[in-house]
Design a protein around this ligand. Structure first.
Ligand code: PLP
Length: 396
């Protein structure tokens, strides 16, 4: 085996998404791409807002000498100031440019945070279902995930988190709106979480950090809002990106921002900037930083995703599926009609439908549908969902 044991294990553990990807290629070659309904990837299909292309054009036209050179590891001062101004309004807490580090997406931000915070053996508490990559990100920096359950409809369960806290805990990681459940953690549960983290930090004489992964913050439906974590707890850090709300996942651009009143915040920020450098990112993409300086708060038309969600939900209800109606992000996480969701995912594959088993997200018995695809794909796939349900019930 040419690769290290750890990577070999990781390749096996992440095999579900890979298997789906390979199955997609096989089915598309066999039946033609328009006969395969691929709901496996969270790759937004909407183009970036028109404004993005205009700003990109003018930034390229105006590029001055040195525009493509290295910069401070935290990013351009002008960009960080623009981000800080926006975060002020979003989180309702006064943030300065010095509290922002521009990163290679939310994934880059999370890796910088873990690199700077985790000692070997430290634990990151996460609530299931959770984004599958978190385990790899923690492990990259010697950390371990400790997974706790959520409540009804995947709501945050602060009591479960409190029970899991132990002397190795360093970070509590949350993701809201959640991939894959579409749940938004409410203000009351976040306040409760903040209170218990403050009490546990005092009791253990060790700062516990709340890290909030928020790339879907702007993708919310029915007037729901995502509460501020900065107002819930001072030792908190937000990781986010422009991948989903501005549809720029390939450009690898995002940021992390720390609460200005976090303990020893200057040292913390120096740690994050150093992590950005020594992880080999060095700094986030220069051109995208210059563009996004002018696009704070921009977002694709969320109504398009909402219409797709509604179309999908209606079809799944009609076919007898049980699920939580997502309040944000662009995923559905229905219950499998049979206990072994992998066998149900195989039934769906026989209908040329690709989804991901819940085991990949720490929640067996469910499966994930990404609905960032054309409405036509959803409409054409729905009869297949209904047939798979009937066959599963017939086999029970
Ligand atoms: C919950 C969550 N966090 C982080 C990421 C990574 O985002 P980015 O592409 O901005 O690194 C994703 C991507 O799907 C995600 O769903």
């Amino acid at each position: 085996m040419p690769v290290a044991t750890k990577i070999k294990d990781a390749m096996e553990r992440s095999s579900w998404i890979r298997k789906m990807f390979e199955e997609g290629i096989r089915l598309k070659a066999l039946h033609g791409p328009d006969k395969v309904y691929d709901f496996s990837l969270g790759n937004p299909d909407l183009e970036p807002p028109e404004n993005f292309h205009q700003v990109l054009g003018s930034v390229v036209a105006e590029s001055s000498t040195g525009a493509h050179g290295y910069m401070p590891n935290a990013g351009y001062e002008e960009t960080r100031a623009a981000v800080a101004g926006y975060v002020n309004r979003e989180q309702g807490v006064k943030v300065e440019s010095e509290h922002v580090v521009m990163t290679c997406g939310a994934a880059g931000a999370l890796n910088c945070i873990f690199k700077a915070l985790l000692d070997p053996g430290d634990e990151v508490i996460v609530s299931a279902p959770y984004f599958v990559e978190y385990g790899f990100y923690a492990d990259n920096h010697g950390g371990n995930l400790r997974v706790v359950s959520t409540g009804k409809d995947f709501t945050l369960d602060p009591a479960a988190i409190e029970k899991a806290i132990n002397p190795r805990t360093k970070v509590v990681l949350i993701n809201s709106p959640n991939n894959p459940s579409g749940q938004i953690y409410d203000r009351t549960s976040l306040k409760q979480l903040g209170g218990l983290l403050a009490a546990s930090s005092r009791k253990m004489d060790r700062t516990l950090y709340l890290v909030s992964d928020e790339p879907y913050r702007k993708i919310v439906y029915d007037g729901f809002e995502v509460p501020s974590i900065f107002q819930a707890y001072p030792n908190s850090i937000v990781a986010t990106s422009y991948s989903k709300d501005v549809s720029l996942p390939g450009e690898r651009i995002g940021y992390l921002v720390a609460h200005p009143e976090a303990d020893e915040v200057r040292t913390l920020m120096r740690g994050f900037a150093l992590a950005n450098r020594i992880l080999g990112f060095v700094n986030a993409n220069a051109l995208m930083q210059r563009v996004l300086t002018h696009l704070q708060g921009d977002c694709v038309d969320v109504k398009v995703y909402q219409a797709r969600r509604d179309l999908f939900c209606q079809g799944l209800v009609d076919a007898g599926y049980e699920f939580f109606k997502p309040r944000g992000a662009f995923y559905l996480f229905p219950k499998s009609p049979v206990a072994d969701e992998v066998s149900f995912v195989r039934l769906l594959q026989e209908e040329n439908i690709l989804v991901v088993p819940g085991s990949g997200f720490g929640s067996p018995g469910y499966f994930r549908i990404a609905f960032c695809v054309r409405e036509r794909t959803i409409e054409t796939a729905l009869p297949g969902f209904a047939r798979a349900m009937e066959r599963a019930l017939g086999r029970r």
